[in-house]
Design a protein around this ligand. Structure first.
Ligand code: ZN
Length: 181
């Protein structure tokens, strides 16, 4: 059950033009699923050869697992699907710039390209707060692209935390989220 109505509607991109915005729309729709599940609304998908082989949203509260970020869950699914931990031929689409853990997971899984929606100047580690992908000595270089569908990806996270703050101030029962994952 939804803890609060989600003010955003799922996107219905044309199937004919499978560009970055198309795949980010799929990730955004997973962020809406996260909202309904009372999780921080961030979604991620992994694409390989035009096929979606990983799709997840944050599941920290449901699982009680602090590593259950959308990107990590999607990476695990993708590696399992193709039977190889090396995801060189894959692209990761995520609605928010990856945190240190997820930027690291992207590099360690050798994902070819990471595309994110909104920048995160506080915690983003693919250029926003720190360019982890530029670390000297890395065996694998990941290509990064930010700012795809930036506005809706940013607004849904902002709306989520704004409503959570109001709810907590009113003595609501929903658990607080003290960090953007
Ligand atoms: Zn993360």
């Amino acid at each position: 059950m939804s803890w609060a109505p989600c003010p955003f509607e799922k996107l219905r991109p044309s199937q004919l033009n499978r560009d970055d915005a198309f795949y980010m729309s799929l990730a955004f729709n997973l962020a809406i699923d996260a909202w309904h599940a009372n999780e921080v609304p961030i979604g991620a998908i992994i694409v390989c050869g035009g096929e979606v082989i990983g799709a997840a949203h944050n599941e920290i509260k449901r699982t009680g697992d602090p590593t259950a970020h959308a990107e990590v869950l999607a990476i695990t699914q993708a590696a399992s699907k193709i039977g190889d931990w090396r995801l060189n031929a894959c692209e990761l689409y995520v609605t928010k710039e990856p945190c240190p853990m997820c930027a690291g997971a992207s590099i360690m899984s050798r994902i070819g390209r990471v595309v994110w929606g909104c920048h995160d100047p506080k915690m983003g580690c693919l250029g926003g707060a720190y360019p982890l992908h530029d670390l000297k000595g890395l065996v694998h270089r990941v290509t990064v692209q930010g700012g795809v569908l930036e506005q809706p990806c940013r607004e849904i996270v902002q709306a989520y935390f704004s409503l959570k703050r109001e709810d907590n101030a009113a003595g609501g029962l929903t658990p607080s989220d003290d960090t953007v994952t």
